[in-house]
Design a protein around this ligand. Structure first.
Ligand code: CUA
Length: 319
């Protein structure tokens, strides 16, 4: 069982995330120092100059204008901002200008309301919501370069342990990369408000050891099984509107509006992370997606109980 890792920028597993943690520590150190100085001086002034018994109640001598003090409290914050700006710029450039390695894995991720399409152009794989990549061992690095596009509104692709947020913008192609060093499943989330199910737009990145990744690729490239015992369900599937939005390779279903279902059951969740992918949940989902994900753009399919059973019996064979 691959461990699921808690999303935290303080537990990085990939070069851009390590850089972000370093920068965060620098910023935290600077702001902690500022806090200690300001809070310390405030406490000192409160204690040292508090009203004491026997005070005559008059104000102490007032000071109006001091060039030295004004220069100090203008220049010091300005220098702090310059340091933060230059350091941040240096980190951003170091991450953005990283050359694409010849052996890099290329993935295209398309943000949709409210799910992620994931394509591997060179491998002929299309899946959804669960990105699978090989581990990038420092001794044998193999980064993953991700092209980000949007089908509708602005989303943001964010896996805190692997890299910073990158916006996913209609009409614009953004690029980012990750090189996860430790196998595991990393949890991410759309990080730009994109409509009613913004919170239901999760994604995971599963990082596999090299051989295991090859097995995953082979399984995804395989044709969908076509079992005679679920032919009736397949006929239901191809006779209703499913085929307009979904693809199952090897069948007449070639829609691209919704997730590719060729290996639907290889995914752990339904609806971009809103429910576990069990036959019961799948049945509820097909019957009425809004019961699990209010606002989901997939309509309730309104197939009769028997046909629904046949349809689900077919879908669960798509491993
Ligand atoms: Cu997509 Cu928020």
């Amino acid at each position: 069982m691959i461990p699921i890792r808690t999303p935290s920028i303080f537990a990085p597993a990939s070069t851009p995330a390590f850089a972000i943690r370093e920068l965060s520590f620098l910023v935290l150190a600077i702001v902690t120092f500022i806090f200690v100085v300001v809070a310390g001086l405030t406490v000192y002034a409160i204690v040292r100059f508090r009203r004491r018994p026997g005070d005559d109640g008059r104000e102490p001598p007032q000071v109006y204008g001091s060039t030295q003090i004004e220069l100090a409290w203008t220049l010091v914050p300005f220098l702090i901002v310059v340091v933060l700006f230059l350091t941040t710029t240096r980190y951003i450039f170091a991450i953005e200008t990283r050359a694409r390695a010849a052996n890099a894995l290329e993935v295209t991720v398309v943000g949709n309301q409210w799910w992620w399409e994931i394509r591997y152009p060179a491998l002929g794989i299309v899946t959804a919501n669960e990105l699978h990549v090989p581990v990038s061992d420092p001794a044998e690095p193999r980064p993953t370069f991700i092209t980000l596009q949007s089908a509708d509104v602005i989303h943001s692709f964010w896996i805190p342990q692997l890299a910073g947020k990158t916006d996913v913008i209609p009409g614009k192609t953004n690029r980012m990369w990750i090189d996860p060093r430790t196998p595991g499943t990393y949890v991410g989330q759309c990080a730009e408000f994109c409509g009613v199910q913004h919170a239901g737009m999760l994604l995971t990145v599963t990082v596999h050891p090299k051989e295991e990744f090859a097995l995953w690729v082979a399984a995804q490239q395989a044709a969908a099984p076509d079992l005679p015992e679920v032919r009736a369900g397949r006929d239901v599937f191809t006779s209703v509107a499913c085929v307009n939005c979904h693809t199952v390779r090897g069948t007449p279903a070639n829609g691209v509006f919704g997730p590719d279902l060729t290996h639907l059951m290889s995914r752990a969740t339904l609806g971009a992370g809103v429910a576990r992918n069990t036959p019961q949940n799948l049945r509820a989902w097909v019957n009425d997606p809004a019961s699990l994900k209010p606002g989901a753009l997939m309509p309730a399919m309104k197939v009769s109980g028997d046909d629904l059973d046949r349809l689900v019996a077919y879908l669960v064979t798509l491993r």
